[in-house]
Design a protein around this ligand. Structure first.
Ligand code: A2P
Length: 294
């Protein structure tokens, strides 16, 4: 495993388990399988509605809590200073932990920047109090990041964004790097490209010819090629799986190396087409979730 160092000195394993769309009834087993396979980094979110099961899987695994880099996200319905402090309490309670390794704002809400700012100030308070070890954002485009940086003093440690071979958001990655913000890739094996209604259902990065040929050359799977591509480019990657064999396969990406030519061929798959929602239009059907649990 490769460790990455955040802008405040905190380190994290580059590869973690994602649990977006992991059904709650399968999430504890997936987390346990991941920890047994050697994962020490789990990414969840209040909006995924499976934090409780992530915590259960962590405890069932027997792996000490402090050995695991645990991150979650504050949902937009909890933005605001007091609301976001309360969101930390809710998430920590569901996960069954006292502190979080990383807490991030799930997405910008450009039309309500004041509440985004208030939420970020709550993250700064949690950081100062030692209740979180690092703070960050998700789905922020450069203009969202610039607006935040203009009003705050603590640079986010992480910006978690959609990055896969078909949509790598190079401009966002460059802006992140310029400010010392680590790019963390959600949907790093392009899972977003085959969710019904989100991609066109046919252009799954896992089935692409270029990635298939590179995978065959290294005797690995297409998923492993995409994860290796992300890691070799310095990103944190958080592939989602609830299948124990695929969970184990996805962390087995440290025994081969892509050549510069292979990386260039993968880079050239860029379509410019987003799989997920446009962060400037965040209130689309999927993300219009209101979390009202106490
Ligand atoms: P499953 O949970 O059944 O394994 P992403 O994180 O890029 O969005 O990708 C997640 C999707 O890719 C999920 O549908 C997941 O399904 C599937 N997946 C995860 N790992 C692999 C793998 N190694 N090979 C093929 N599909 C995978």
């Amino acid at each position: 495993m490769i460790d990455l160092t955040l802008n405040n000195g905190v380190t994290l394993p580059a590869l973690g388990l994602g649990v977006f769309q992991s059904p709650p009834e399968q999430t504890a087993a997936a987390v346990r399988a991941a920890l047994e396979a050697g994962y020490r980094h789990i990414d969840t979110a209040e909006a995924y509605r499976n934090e409780r099961e992530v915590g259960a899987g962590l405890r069932q695994s027997g792996v000490p809590r402090d050995d695991v880099f645990l991150e979650t996200k504050v949902w937009v319905s909890d933005y605001g200073y007091d609301q976001t402090l309360h969101a930390f309490d809710k998430s920590a309670g569901k996960l069954g932990v006292d502190t979080l390794d990383l807490l991030i704002l799930h997405q910008p809400v450009p039309s309500r920047f004041a509440t985004v700012l208030a939420a970020y100030r709550a993250l700064e308070t949690l950081l100062a109090d030692g209740r979180v070890r690092a703070i960050g954002v998700s789905n922020f485009m450069p203009h969202h990041l610039d607006a935040l940086l203009a009003e705050t003093s603590i640079v986010p440690a992480v910006n978690q964004i959609e990055v896969h071979p078909y949509f790598a958001q190079r401009d966002v990655q460059r802006a992140n790097a310029a400010h010392g913000v680590l790019t963390q890739a959600w949907s790093p094996i392009g899972g977003i490209t085959f969710y019904p209604g989100w991609g066109d259902g046919k252009r799954s990065a896992l089935d692409g010819e270029t990635i298939g040929a590179i995978a065959a050359a290294h005797d690995v799977s297409p998923a492993q090629v995409m994860l290796r591509w992300g890691i070799q480019q310095g990103r944190s990657v958080i592939p989602k799986s609830v299948n124990p064999a695929r969970i184990a396969q996805n962390i087995d990406v440290f025994g081969f190396e892509l050549t510069g030519d292979e990386i260039a061929r993968i880079d050239a798959l860029e379509t410019g087409v987003r799989g997920g929602p446009d962060p400037d239009q965040p209130r689309d059907a999927f993300f219009d979730v209101v979390i009202d649990e106490a």
